[in-house]
Structure formats: structure tokens, C-alpha cells
Design a protein around this ligand. Sequence first.
Ligand code: UGA
Length: 443
Amino acid sequence: MKISVFGTGYVGLVTGACLADVGHDVVCMDVDEAKIEGLKQGKLPIYEPGLDAIVERNTKEGRLHFTTSPEEAVAHGSVQFIAVGTPPDEDGSADLQYVLAVAESIARHMDDYKVIVNKSTVPVGTADKVRDKVRSVLAERNADIPFAVVSNPEFLKEGDAVNDFMKPDRIIIGTDDAEAEKLMRRLYAPFNRNHERTIFMDIRSAELTKYAANAMLATKISFMNELANLAERLGADIEQVRQGIGSDPRIGYHFIYPGCGYGGSCFPKDVKALARTAREVGYVPELLDAVEAVNETQKQRLFHKIANHFGGVDNLRGRTIALWGLAFKPNTDDMREAPSRTLMEALWQAGARVQAYDPVAMDECRRIYGERDDLVLCEDKYSALNNADVLAICTEWRTFRAPDFEEMKQRLKTPVIFDGRNIYDPEQLREDGWKYYAIGRGE
Ligand code: UGA
């Protein structure tokens, strides 16, 4: 099938490349010329394991093309994916200008039936706005061309996006158009070979499903973080509690890991956007507000623990804190809303220096913060410890899991670890002479 994808960010590129990989003929369009030029030469604008090989293979075999021309993209696909960004604007609602600009562009250039698919995470009701936009442009053109708008939210995890796309738990398709349903069924048939994963529903329910899924996952995390804070005060160990409750299949083991808060481009944005949508329709979203508030507090936890350790914020001036992990989670270079940023910014505010190491997010960190005296980006995890007072960990990269603790002790001024991801065994570390602060595991 012929497919066009607007937007070559995370979602667009993974969607385009994976659809090409199962045999579809895909054109990816982006207004960013440098990005498209790079992609034509096999240079990916994002770090995502496995994606470069898929892009290279499909480009070489002629199933994946890149263009900056909207005319070309619109002419190509019978299905047109909108996968552009929806950044939160100041009040937390999703900014739809890019989505609507693509809708307009499709309407300007189309001359036969198109299925227009919203892949970007967009508030409930956006499909209606896209439909209105297309209708009004077609009316301007005096063109009576049929089209359908479909909601097909993505459920990709950064770092595991290719796998999530190729072996989805579910494919959600919201549509009220029989022809569109037929085309979407054909499009996703290669992903449903062993058993049917597609769930068809009405458009608004599909739009809400996306937010419901992320809000539910964020709720699980905030719940566990609240319990972790409680466990600290009660002398209980949240990791034992986690295993104790996870064994109940109604609760399950997934997404109940306490830590220094959730980050990324999805949970923080989507929880806020859903709360905002709720208010717009006159509903006070008490639980969603709390999920967000608990997370904001949790992102400050490591800083408060560090400040307490030194006897107050005032005593942080002139200290050096080693930091392992900058990305909001392992296997990505993404630092959007990362807990590491909250920690670094609070430390800088208090007059401390940071010596940081991350396996892949160093360039991203440099891009965000530039050169500054109170930030040193180190070559490897051990050199980040040299002459630092203590170590803080914000991301559970595999390389941090079993380090040489003796080597670490020699480099740090004091054997103290603040672990925001609970990756070590507290007893073992204490036995080995460390002061070990974790989340929800006593002090
Ligand atoms: C999330 C969802 O998991 C995807 O299903 C969804 O498609 C995506 O958002 C999206 O809306 O596009 P992602 O943001 O890539 O994916 O990352 P997650 O793996 O979900 O992690 C989010 C944050 O939660 C990370 O900061 C992670 O450290 C934290 N987390 C996760 C915890 O603190 N505890 C847990 O138990 C799990």
C-alpha cells in the first residue's frame, strides 16, 4: 500500500520505517530540510536502537523515501499519517498548530479519496478539528473530494519503539468510515498475523484511550512513589512491598517501580493535557492533579536527601556532586522533563557543581545547558567521581548496575550514594562501608 507520513520525529520515523519494513511503499515528509537531507544519507535525528538499520535497508530497497515536498507526499499515499509534534503550550494544553497545518496541506493538494490518520497524541475532539479544517479548505477549492479522518494513537516506548511497533499489544483504530476501516485493516494486517490485535472503536474513544493508558501508568508510578515516601517514614522497604503487591495479578509487576519521578515527552505532558481537557468540560480531575503533584515533589526528592545529608541547602555551596544518568530513562538520549534536570538545576541554584556521565545523553545535555562552570561532562562513569563529594544516580542504565565499588570509593571524597532508581542492594552496600540513600528503603 502507498503510505505518506508527515513528521519525521520519533513517532513519524518509527511508523514510516516499520511500515516500509513490512512491504508498504512509504514517503516521509518533513518541513525541516536538514533533517530530510540527513535521513536521505541514513543519518537519524534521534537515537533509537535498531531503527537505523531499518531505515537503511528500506531506503536501499526503495520502499522508504524522504521529501520536503507536501505535494509529493499528498499525491503518494492513500493513507496519510499526521505524526507531527503537539508541544504543550503555556497552559498545558496541546498545541495543535502543526497538526492543523498538515491537515490544511493535505486538503490543498489532494485530488482523490484519502484516509487522514492522527498518529500524534492529540486531545479528544482533534479529529473533528482536522475534519473541519480539511472540509473548509476543500470548500475553498470548490473540490468535492471524499476523505475520512481516523484516530490511531501510538503506544511506542522510547528505546523499545521498533519492538513496540512490530509486536504491538494492541492497535487502536477510531473510525466511523467503512472504507477507512477496510484500508486500515489492510495496512496493519502484517502486524496481526498470529492473532488479531486491532481494536476498532469510535474516534473519540480512540483519542481518549491514548491519554487513559498514559495517565493510568503515570498513576501507578506516583502511587508507588507516595508509598515509598511513606515506607521511609514507617521503617518499611518499598522494594519488598513492591514484590508483595506485584504478585497479585490484578496489580501486576509492571510500572510499579518507585524512583525519582517519571519524565519524558509523554507522561508529564499527557497527564497535564488530560487534566486540562477535564477542566474544559467542567470536571475537576482530582486524581490526575494529584498524580502530577506527587511527581513534581518526587523529582525534588534526591535534592532534598542530598541537602539533608549535608545539614541543609546552605551547606551545598561549593560541593561537587557526581551524577550518573541524564536521560529520563535508559536506552534513549532524551532529557525532556528528566529528573536529572530537576536535580542539577536545584544543585546549581544552591551553588553546587555537577560532574555528570551518561552513556548516550551527553550531547543532548550539552545542547540544553551549553558551557557552564558548574557542569562538567565526564568521559566515563568513574572519572565523574573524581574528587566529587557524593554520587547521585538518576537513570538505571545497565552499565551502572554492577560497578567496581572499590574503585568508586577511591575516587569519591566520601562513600555516599543517592540512588534515585533503587538499583543496589542496601545491605550489601552498608556492609561494604557505604552510606546508601535509596527511594523508600529507610535511611
Ligand atoms: C510512555 C508509554 O510507556 C508508552 O506506552 C507511550 O506510547 C509513550 O509514553 C507515549 O505516549 O508516546 P516513554 O515515555 O517512552 O513511554 O517511557 P516509559 O518507559 O513509559 O517511562 C516513562 C517514565 O516513567 C520514565 O522516566 C521512567 O523512569 C518512569 N518509570 C517507569 C518509573 O519511574 N517507574 C516505573 O515503574 C516505570
